[in-house]
Design a protein around this ligand. Sequence first.
Ligand SMILES: Cc1cc2nc3c(=O)[nH]c(=O)nc-3n(C[C@H](O)[C@H](O)[C@H](O)COP(=O)(O)OP(=O)(O)OC[C@H]3O[C@@H](n4cnc5c(N)ncnc54)[C@H](O)[C@@H]3O)c2cc1C
Length: 400
Amino acid sequence: MGSYPRVLIAGGGIGGLTAALALARMGCEVAVYEQAAELREVGAGIQLAANGTHVLYALGVGEALKALSCEAEGKEIRIWNSGETWKLFDLGKVSIERYGYPYLTVYRPDLLGVLERAVRSEKRALIHLGAKCIGFQQTETSVTLQLENGSTVDGDVLVGADGVHSRIRQGLFGPDKPQFTGVVAWRGIVPMERLPRHMVRMVGTNWVGPGGHVVHYPLRAGKVMNFVGALERSDWQVESWSARGTTGELAADFAGWHDDVHALIRNIPVPFKWALMVRPPMERWSVGRVTLLGDACHSMVPFLAQGANMAIEDGYIMARALTELPGDVGSRLKAYENARRERTRRAVEGSADNIQRFHNRALADPARAREYVSREWAGAPIAERYEWLFRYDVTTAELD
Ligand SMILES: Cc1cc2nc3c(=O)[nH]c(=O)nc-3n(C[C@H](O)[C@H](O)[C@H](O)COP(=O)(O)OP(=O)(O)OC[C@H]3O[C@@H](n4cnc5c(N)ncnc54)[C@H](O)[C@@H]3O)c2cc1C
């Protein structure tokens, strides 16, 4: 093996493709094995904060993504029933002034499309579709990835970027035991022209209420609004991007919420639901020449909007560790893991903390609700919850 390893990546989602692009740009040969026949993310939105867009700019795809996205002017907090509104923070120009990079709201298929085109333009990178990974074996000198079609491929390093139900994680550590949070997340896309005029704004909004919250933000240059509605209920425990519900069931879950929330709900053509699970932070996720990234090793509830941002950061830092550090691949992968453990643990825990913050019972009582929101979303607590996330610089983060 020369100093640059040949890397196999299981999973061509946001994390796997970012890792592939970073590795190829830094000089490695890399091959992605994705189970889907086509690289088409579910039709949903995603928020990419400055820490994530920083990576995409460093990889040369920031402007291409920005052209397809929305740059929200800011974020607001609203009370579930009264609709009273507070500013959460400014984004737009302020994100660039403060953190150097934009805060983008992106349609997931657009993000995957931009990453896929960039990876395919690299001569050192290959993407294999319809390639389901079922296991691996490693020796002192190489790793062999097994595909469902019976074929095998050899490389120097294997990265499991195969998401929350990762086969590679199972191969390393056995079956996991996710715990249901008691929260179900509804999601959907609303054509903007169907919304009342006062709701057609380039801002992200978080509605908070007792036992639930709703997040919505514009996508695709303001043509559609992304909706996520989280609600505490115990009768749905399937962790899936493709489980459908009905607008009737969704409207019933948010009975009593403000008219603006219902204007969104009744205009969602097909709502989907996802049971939110938590997994305890992993102490380690590299063994020998096999490692993990993204949701495969630190899935989190989406209440800091950082799961994909963390997967994107992982990919870049892992590529740096494999190309900048001396030593065998095992020690380089350990350095990657060491650089990521504490930050991702904090994101997992911070996301879970937001369940009780967003769903607080104080929000049931109008007088206490105002006092609660004014305190929790004041400048200092917001800075404490978000600055450490947005300011992270993948290009200079320490590796040892
Ligand atoms: C409702 C909701 C809203 C969210 N909003 C945000 C947000 O605003 N901002 C944010 O940063 N994060 C958000 N997240 C989190 C984000 O979606 C995930 O953290 C992110 O998708 C993780 O990326 P990944 O590449 O690790 O995994 P995935 O996106 O799950 O990709 C894994 C890939 O691996 C493939 N795969 C799986 N198994 C195999 C196999 N055996 N062989 C080959 N391929 C395989 C899959 O097909 C898939 O393409 C949200 C999550 C949810 C549920």
